[in-house]
Design a protein around this ligand. Structure first.
Ligand SMILES: NC(=O)c1ccc[n+]([C@@H]2O[C@H](COP(=O)([O-])OP(=O)(O)OC[C@H]3O[C@@H](n4cnc5c(N)ncnc54)[C@H](OP(=O)(O)O)[C@@H]3O)[C@@H](O)[C@H]2O)c1
Length: 249
């Protein structure tokens, strides 16, 4: 994986994945929503340590114009990518959006925000990334999904917006894979479930987890790296868990 793009590199998994790829010798373009937020401080330290290998680009994935501008900057840095891993996602916010427990919790603005980050953004990323993927070397376009986006796996309900947006993301992954099989046949497009990982996103929901269920971002990044490394063309359009098992729609 020579030329890689990590979108959402300020997050728990995004940062761990960025560091892992740098340690493995990849060149990493790492995007952050804002380069002034506290979350980007540790990335700036990586930037100092690996200054010839990492470049930071700002991209707010909830804004189409920002994704377009971000990819225009990326195209000035490279003409091809071997891995795009979108590690951004949204489950809750300090004020406002929270996973719904029942129908009375449903709010149209929150649904729209969740869809914007978890479903629309992956599709827009594919749109603007396409010119960087249409080369003759194996490459991977991947989004971090979630097991709760599987309709057949939904036994407990709740979390309407996040579940539905991740299910939509999985449909988008499948549909992109079909188009790219014709237009960019060396691109493998997949969704990846990282496990239950100790990050800001899962933090409020950790207390009822079984012992051993929570993994560190570093463990999850290692697992995901192995899954990505083993992907084959026929895997395109599917969603895989951290252990390499396929998650059915
Ligand atoms: N943690 C888990 O247990 C778990 C389980 C299943 C799936 N996932 C999925 O794994 C992925 C990574 O999540 P995480 O656990 O690492 O959570 P996290 O630490 O909260 O990271 C979320 C990332 O998304 C970015 N983001 C959100 N909205 C954005 C926007 N509008 N523009 C740009 N960036 C934006 C955040 O940027 P800021 O730093 O600027 O906020 C942050 O980098 C997500 O897709 C999540 O759904 C996580």
């Amino acid at each position: 994986m020579n030329q890689t793009l990590i979108i959402g590199a300020s997050g728990g998994i995004g940062f761990a994945m960025t560091r892992l790829l740098l340690e493995k010798g990849s060149r990493v373009i790492a995007t952050v929503r804002s380069d002034t937020s506290q979350n980007t401080e540790r990335l700036k330290k990586l930037d100092e340590k690996y200054k010839d290998q990492i470049i930071l680009v700002t991209m707010d994935i909830a804004q189409q114009h920002s994704i377009e501008k971000g990819f225009s900057s990326i195209q000035n840095l490279t003409d091809k990518l071997h891995l795009i891993l979108n590690c951004s996602g949204l489950l809750h916010k300090d004020n406002g959006l929270q996973p719904e427990k029942r129908l009375e919790d449903i709010n149209a603005e929150n649904l729209a925000e969740s869809f914007s980050v978890n479903a629309t953004a992956p599709l827009l990323i594919a749109r603007y990334a396409l010119p960087l993927l249409r080369h003759k070397e194996k490459n991977v376009l991947s989004n971090i999904s979630a097991r709760v986006g599987s309709i057949s796996d939904n036994k407990t309900g709740g979390w309407y917006a996040y579940r539905a947006a991740k299910a939509a993301q999985n449909m988008i992954t499948r549909t992109i894979a079909i188009e790219l099989s014709r237009r960019s046949p060396d691109t493998i497009c997949v969704g990846l479930h990282p496990g239950t990982v100790d990050t800001a996103l899962s933090q409020p929901f950790q207390k009822n987890l079984k012992a051993g269920q929570l993994t560190t971002p570093e463990q999850s990044a290692n697992y995901l790296y192995n899954v990505i490394s083993g992907l084959k063309n026929e895997d395109s359009g599917k969603v895989f868990a951290w252990d390499g098992s396929e998650i059915l729609p």
